[in-house]
Design a protein around this ligand. Structure first.
Ligand SMILES: NC(=O)c1ccc[n+]([C@@H]2O[C@H](COP(=O)([O-])OP(=O)(O)OC[C@H]3O[C@@H](n4cnc5c(N)ncnc54)[C@H](OP(=O)(O)O)[C@@H]3O)[C@@H](O)[C@H]2O)c1
Length: 237
């Protein structure tokens, strides 16, 4: 049975909504009635997202840069009144190198993209939620954040750090009616992954639609007793 959620009048900020999973999630929130804002970096991807979903509001923002967040969040609050939901999809993968091959720049890039980004955007959006009615925050970690098979130390460490970050943050704002959780996907069935792993069994991969359903649940009142969780979303793998 399909569960449908009603996010009418709720303001949802999706960072990285122009990405592979983001495009599905943006559509799902729009279809559920949310006023949906997506951040982007790449202009071409932003145009594609707007063409597919006319109702999405786009904002250019590099969430690894606090000075940009400090400018953008007040503009969003002025325009939309508040931010009820933050889904932070910004992240990236680096694999295939053991630590003797891994550069300092590789390490810093993973920590910036997967961990510092989560800290900076949470800090400034939760400030807004705190002064309102509360809200829901969802980050995307990875199963690799719990268990690594090697050759991805920077990625694994950054996604592991994100799980503890979520746990800590969730305790800090529970009195403010703010829930902070993350999901732990395995490989998502995206075009980029199909190109990178053409011989894999795609049937074992996660469907974006299924993952989006979990995120909507975590942003809905139905999940109000879930706070600080790292939800396994492994599909068949
Ligand atoms: N794909 C998988 O199999 C998989 C598995 C486990 C976990 N995850 C996690 O799930 C999340 C989404 O994955 P995905 O495959 O959809 O990723 P993706 O297609 O690579 O999309 C990444 C998104 O992040 C944006 N972005 C990158 N750097 C940014 C920055 N500094 N500031 C703001 N936005 C930035 C990109 O914007 P532009 O497009 O505009 O550049 C894009 O919208 C990530 O956190 C990823 O680590 C993915």
């Amino acid at each position: 049975m399909d569960v449908t959620y009603n996010f009418s009048n709720r303001v949802v900020l999706i960072t990285g909504g122009t990405g592979a999973f983001g495009r599905t999630l943006v559509k799902k929130f729009i279809d559920s009635g949310a006023r949906t804002i997506s951040s982007y970096l790449n202009e071409k991807e932003a145009v594609k997202l707007k063409t597919a979903n006319h109702k999405v509001e786009l904002i250019k923002l590099d969430i690894t840069k606090e000075e940009q967040i400090l400018k953008v969040i007040p503009l969003l609050v002025e325009r939309f009144g508040t931010i009820d939901v933050l889904v932070n999809l910004v992240g990236g993968y680096l694999g295939g190198k053991n630590i003797t091959e891994l550069g300092e720049n590789d390490w810093d890039a993973m920590m910036g993209l997967n961990l510092k980004s989560a800290f900076l955007i949470s800090k400034h959006v939760i400030s807004v939620m705190k002064s309102g009615k509360g809200g829901n925050v969802v980050h995307i970690s990875s199963r690799t954040g719990l268990k690594s098979d090697g050759y991805d130390s920077a990625y694994a460490a950054s996604k592991a750090g994100l799980i503890r970050f979520v746990e800590s943050t969730s305790q800090e704002f529970k009195e403010n009616n703010i829930n902070v959780n993350c999901i732990l996907p395995t490989t998502i069935d995206t075009e980029a992954n199909r190109r990178a792993m053409p011989n894999a069994d795609f049937n074992k991969w996660l469907l974006k639609e299924d993952l989006a359903n979990v995120v909507l649940f975590l942003c809905s009142p139905d999940s109000k007793v879930i706070n600080g969780a790292a939800i396994p979303t492994y599909g068949l793998s």
